[in-house]
Structures are given as C-alpha cells and as structure tokens.
Design a protein around this ligand. Structure first.
Ligand SMILES: Nc1nc2c(ncn2[C@@H]2O[C@H](COP(=O)(O)OP(=O)(O)OP(=O)(O)O)[C@@H](O)[C@H]2O)c(=O)[nH]1
Ligand SMILES: [Mg+2]
Length: 227
C-alpha cells in the first residue's frame, strides 16, 4: 500500500498563482490537496476549486492559522506536505521531498532554498539575511544546523501531531523546526529550486511584512529557548 500523502496550501489572495501550483502537483499520486483560503478578497477559492483542490475557509488571518485549519481538515494521512500558494516553490519537487519519509529513513524533510545558487538568488536579501540569523540562533540554542526556514516541507503525520503546533502567523515555520529538534525527530534538508513569486509580494517584499515576520521569528526562537 503506498502511503497516503496530503498537501496543505495556505493561500491569501493568490488567484493568479494557485492554479499554476495545483497544475504542477502530481495529483494522481496524492491522497488529498487542501487549499486553505485565508480570508482572500479575490477569486483564490474559485480558481483552486476549479483546479481540483478541496478548499476550506479560515477566517482568522495568518499563515499559521491557515496551516492549523489545514491540519484540522486532514483525512488521516501518513505524510503531510506544506507548500506556498504563490508559485515560488516548484510543486513537482514534492516527489523528492517526500521520498526520505516514504522510505522510512526520516520523519521531517525541509526543502532548502539556500543550497542551490539560483534559488538563493531568488530570495530577497532581507529574507536571506533574516533566515541566516534565525538558523544561526537555532544552531546556537538548539544544536541543530538548518540552512533555511523554507515553506516547502514534509512531515510524518504522527510526528506532526506529536509536536503540537500552535503558532497562528509568521512563527509557524521556525516553531515546527525547533519542536522537531526538541522531539528528537529524524530531520534532513534537501535542496529545492525557488523562484520569484507570482503576484504582489506581501511579506518579504514589504518593509512592514519583513519587520513583522522577522520580529515574530526571533521572538519564537527565544520563546522556545525558555519554555
Ligand atoms: N502574507 C500572508 N500570506 C498568507 C496569509 N495566509 C496565508 N498566506 C499564504 O501563505 C503563503 C506565504 O505567504 P507569502 O506572502 O508568500 O510570504 P513570503 O513568501 O514570506 O513573502 P512574499 O512571497 O514575498 O509575499 C502564501 O501562499 C500566502 O498566500 C496571511 O495572512 N498573510
Ligand atoms: Mg512567498
């Protein structure tokens, strides 16, 4: 029996990209694809539904809230994959992201955008430096060397439940990475391709977005140093 792989895509106003993301996913090998529409004001939900995804609504704004809603909607998978809805990831790379979990070697696989030069170049400088600072602090405090806080990742469903995710916005990715280390999960990073997003940048391309996300990420690292 091939393992059941469920995909969660948090989406806020991604009508121009969500169809591209869904078209590039190997739908026939996946158990379910859940697009979490996070209070979009455009046609994200309609485009996602027309592209074959199961769309669920999350009214509470925030990347983490959308991911938590996606988890609550899961249909008993073996593996859960997260990727963004702005077409900055290469959805077809899902096969290499899930392979180490399918083979039973790993519990948690992260797609790093900091390994391939062309991917690194597609990250805005503030995102690159912000990530470098965050992974440096994680290594200092939690003794695990990550290279990125990338959105494209796969985790065993049982491990995901065991770490008990809580964050409702930008602290989500770093919370999962710290809790995975604290829980002793088997973790690897694989290089993934990354490109500029489709549509207008909401976070890394804006000063306020970068500041809010950066502050929350650093706050989350220190929070889990204490608790
Ligand atoms: N910005 C933002 N994105 C959200 C929210 N809820 C869900 N998302 C989705 O979360 C994913 C990541 O958000 P992005 O805006 O791409 O964040 P980013 O990649 O750090 O920065 P940019 O791509 O430069 O905007 C995308 O698929 C968004 O549509 C939210 O409340 N705010
Ligand atoms: Mg993005």
């Amino acid at each position: 029996m091939s393992p059941k792989v469920s995909v969660i895509i948090p989406a806020f106003n991604e009508e121009s990209s969500i169809g591209l993301v869904l078209n590039d996913l190997p739908t026939d090998t996946l158990h379910e694809i859940i697009v979490v529409d996070n209070a979009s004001t455009d046609n994200t939900a309609r485009v996602a539904r027309e592209s074959g995804a199961r769309v669920v609504e999350e009214k509470h704004k925030g990347y983490g809230s959308a991911c938590l809603r996606g988890i609550a909607e899961l249909d008993q998978p073996d593996i859960v994959v997260f990727l963004d809805g702005d077409y900055s990831d290469y959805p077809e790379e899902i096969t290499s992201i899930i392979q180490p979990v399918i083979s039973g070697e790993q519990d948690f696989v992260l797609g790093s955008r900091m390994i391939l030069p062309e991917s690194r170049a597609a990250l805005l400088p503030q995102a690159r430096y912000g990530n470098r600072l965050a992974v440096f602090l994680i290594c200092l405090f939690f003794r695990h060397r990550y290279t990125d806080l990338g959105p494209f990742r796969a985790i065993r469903y049982e491990s995901l439940k065991a770490i008990g995710m809580q964050d409702t916005d930008f602290g989500w990715t770093v919370e999962m990475q710290i809790k995975a280390v604290k829980k002793g999960l088997r973790i690897i990073e694989i290089p993934v391709r990354y490109r500029e997003r489709v549509g207008v940048s909401k976070i890394t391309g804006t000063v306020s977005g970068t500041f809010k996300a950066g502050t929350k990420i650093i706050y989350t690292i220190f929070k889990y140093l204490i608790v």
